[in-house]
Design a binder for this molecule. Structure first.
Ligand code: CA
Length: 229
C-alpha cells in the first residue's frame, strides 16, 4: 500500500485530503508545520509527498528542495496563489505537479494515482516480473536474457539469443531466412543470409538433445524455420 505524507497547516484541508486518499486505499500521514513535515519526509519512508507552499516554519519551497537533494519520490505542491505556482515552476525545484487551492479532492486523488503509476514505471516496481517463455524443457527469461535447458543454464551470444527468443515468441510461425535476417540483424547491414543458418546451428547445439532431430527449431525445407510447441 502506498504511503503519502501531506504537509499542510490548514487542518480542515489536510483532513479532507487525508479522507479522500484513505478512501482510495492509500496510507496517509499528516504534518501540520514545516519542521515536522521536513523531518518526517527525510527520516521516514513515503511513496509521495503533497506539500503546501505557505507553512509556518520551513516553507514548501525549502521542503521540496531538501527532499530533492536525497530522494526522487513524487512531489505535488499546492498553493492558494496561482502566482506562487508560477514562481515554483520557474524555480525548477523538481516538483512533479502543482495544484492551486481550492481543488476538488477527486482531482487530487487522480493526480496522485497518475504520479505513482508513472514513478513505478520509471523505477520498475516490485510487482514487475520478468517475462519468461517456457516450452517443455526450455526456459527463456527474456528480461534477464538468460536461457536454461532442462534446468541447466546455457550461454548465448546476443544474436543467438535474439533469434531464439524471436522464434520462441512466435511459435508455429514459419519464417524464411530472409525474414529472420531482417528481423534480427540490422536492415542496413550488408549481410549474408547464410549467417542465419549458422546461428540456427549454434542454437540447436545448445538447446537440442539431438541436433539431427530438432525438437524446438524445425527446418521447413525450401522455406525456412519454425519454432515447434
Ligand atoms: Ca498554508
Amino acid at each position: 500500500m502506498s504511503k503519502i505524507l501531506i504537509v499542510e497547516d490548514e487542518e480542515a484541508i489536510a483532513d479532507l485530503e487525508k479522507d479522500y486518499l484513505e478512501l482510495s486505499g492509500f496510507k496517509v500521514a499528516v504534518a501540520n508545520d514545516g519542521e515536522t513535515g521536513l523531518e518526517k519526509a527525510l527520516t521516514e519512508d513515503y511513496d509521495m509527498f503533497i506539500l503546501d507552499l505557505m507553512l509556518p516554519g520551513v516553507d514548501g519551497f525549502e521542503i521540496c528542495r531538501k527532499i530533492r537533494d536525497v530522494k526522487n519520490t513524487p512531489i505535488i505542491m499546492v498553493s492558494a496563489k496561482k502566482d506562487d505556482i508560477d514562481k515554483i515552476r520557474g524555480l525548477g525545484l523538481g516538483a512533479d505537479d502543482y495544484m492551486t487551492k481550492p481543488f476538488s479532492p477527486s482531482e487530487l486523488v487522480a493526480r496522485v494515482k497518475a504520479h505513482l503509476a508513472r514513478y513505478d514505471r520509471l523505477t520498475g516496481s516490485a510487482a514487475e516480473v520478468n517475462k519468461v517463455i517456457e516450452i517443455r524443457g526450455l526456459k527463456i527469461d527474456t528480461t534477464a536474457r538468460r536461457v536454461w535447458v532442462n534446468g541447466e543454464e546455457r550461454a548465448f551470444t546476443t544474436k543467438e539469443f535474439d533469434l531464439l527468443t524471436f522464434l520462441a515468441s512466435h511459435p508455429n510461425h514459419v519464417y524464411t531466412k530472409e525474414e529472420l535476417f531482417r528481423e534480427i540483424w540490422d536492415m542496413e547491414s550488408i549481410g549474408d543470409i547464410a549467417t542465419v543458418t549458422v546461428h540456427i546451428k549454434k542454437i540447436r547445439e545448445k538447446v537440442e538433445m539431438d541436433t539431427s532431430n530438432p525438437q524446438y527449431i524445425e527446418t521447413i525445407w525450401g522455406v525456412g524455420y519454425r519454432f515447434r510447441v
